[in-house]
Design a protein around this ligand. Structure first.
Ligand SMILES: [Zn+2]
Length: 456
């Protein structure tokens, strides 16, 4: 039995892991490769395996780098089930439709290919089967083989899971992405089960520790207050799923509960995808953590508060420009590689009174990363724009566990797994984490390489 990696091997995108015992073939995630441009041309390549031969596909969570190639599996002849939690299913639909919109735009503008259609996305949705956390699932193959599997809360984004698969007498865990500690709305990452043979573990922050000196809410409050004091515009490029909802929840708490921010400053949520994703959060309060459930009981809505203005269509978005004075704009894309944030950046980056506040990981080659590294002027829609506004960035808001949390999660009070395969991290992060794990646990740790099977 082995696991092969068709993405996220010594890089952070394109998650696609194939567990095979020769007869049963289970794919965990099938995400898109994402470089500086929205999608890379590697997404166009045909799979090195035959989608028709897959027994099942399991989806850890709805980020594009974990679901972006699902429609290509259906196009390639996969006719079985996709398994995921209910929020992941709903969010995946939004993410894939958004990807299609961006691909269509890019195709018109740069002649890049559109990899799948709305029909393909609908076919994916029709093949989804929802799975609740902790409920043991059994797949019986025609040859009489049994595969048992279970989803656990990964605490990474809404609906995210790590997955336990029992096949041919071995227990294998796919971490998906492991969540950061103390994230609002989400429950904490669950403990790893005992007696695990292999864990395929992400390593995004395998070589780093988050600064946990300051509490998340306090950090947000401080940055927003200072941006308001400067008398300008505060731009927050935010990922539409999860980060935006966490921010809205934090803002709601600071304004309504704690009364620490002024109630009359307009806060624009300028992203149709964020607005739709927020509806998915509202649909499933049963997955909230205790604090969010209490908040919901007290306030009736986690994401609605004085000052918030949602901008769904383009006209509403354009009106933001004509709103004078201090304002907060939350808009995608989170790494400034497209989306409505680009229009605001064009308008507001060059004014020293304004603030640009990064709340997420900025990948190599993205505009966000280049601004963070001090590039100025930057090119936006063919114009050279000087970056004179204040730049703020915090890693405490990351959706990923840091090295310390990954070590604690894998250790599980001494019951660490027999083998660990590391994926979903740049080379340096994987290598540092491998050496650290080996010195802590003295076990077999291997960094996944593209298309090279590792024996379970
Ligand atoms: Zn993720």
């Amino acid at each position: 039995m082995d696991i092969s990696f068709y993405g996220a091997a010594r890089e952070v995108t394109g998650s696609c892991n194939l567990l095979s015992d020769g007869k049963v073939k289970i794919l965990v995630d099938c995400g898109a490769f994402q470089g500086g441009d929205f999608l890379e041309n590697r997404n166009e390549h045909t799979f090195a395996f035959d989608p028709k031969e897959l027994t099942a596909v399991m989806v850890t969570h709805s980020h594009l780098d974990h679901v972006g190639r699902l429609p290509l599996l259906v196009k390639g002849g996969f006719s079985g089930y996709f398994y995921a939690t209910p929020p992941t299913v709903d969010l995946t639909r939004l993410i894939l439709l958004d990807a299609l919109e961006v691909m269509t735009y890019n195709s018109r503008k740069f002649g890049t290919p559109i990899l799948y259609s709305e029909i393909d996305i609908n076919n994916v949705m029709a093949q989804f089967k929802t799975v609740e956390y902790h409920e043991e699932q059994i797949i019986k193959t025609v040859s009489g083989q049994e595969i048992k599997f279970k989803f656990y809360d990964a605490g990474h984004i809404f609906g995210s899971a790590f997955i336990e698969i029992n096949l041919s007498g071995k227990k294998i865990i796919f971490s998906g992405d492991v969540g950061n500690a103390e994230v609002p709305i989400l429950r904490e990452t669950e403990k790893l089960p005992n007696d695990v043979d292999v864990v395929v573990c992400e390593s995004t922050y395998g070589d780093r520790l988050h600064n946990v000196q300051n509490k998340r809410q306090e950090v947000i409050e401080k940055i927003i207050k200072s941006a308001i004091d400067r008398g300008g515009v505060l731009m927050i490029p935010a990922f539409s799923v999860e980060r935006t909802q966490e921010l809205l929840y934090n803002l709601n708490d600071l304004i309504q509960h704690k009364k620490l921010l002024p109630r009359d400053i307009p806060i624009f949520l300028d992203s149709p995808l964020s607005i739709d994703a927020t509806e998915v959060f509202r649909r499933y309060p049963k997955y909230y953590d205790e604090e969010a459930i209490k908040f919901l009981q007290a306030e009736n809505d986690l994401f609605e508060f004085p000052g918030l203005r949602v901008c769904y269509n383009k006209e509403e978005s354009k009106k933001i420009n004509s709103t004078p004075g201090v304002k907060i704009i939350i808009a995608g894309a989170g790494m400034m590689n497209g989306g409505r944030i680009m229009h605001h950046a064009l308008r507001y980056l060059s004014d020293f009174r304004n603030t640009l506040f990064f709340v997420g990981y900025q990948a190599n080659n993205t505009l966000g990363r280049r601004i963070l590294e001090g590039e100025s002027p930057v090119d936006i829609f063919g114009e050279k724009i000087s970056v004179r506004c204040k730049i703020e960035a915090v890693s405490i808001l990351s959706a990923h566990a840091d090295q310390k949390k990954i070590l604690e999660w894998l250790n599980n009070s001494g019951h660490h797994p027999k083998k660990i395969f590391l994926n979903h991290g740049e080379s340096q992060a994987c290598d540092v984490l491998r050496d650290k794990l080996f010195s802590e646990f003295q076990i077999d740790v291997t960094v996944a390489e593209y298309e090279i099977p590792l024996e379970v």
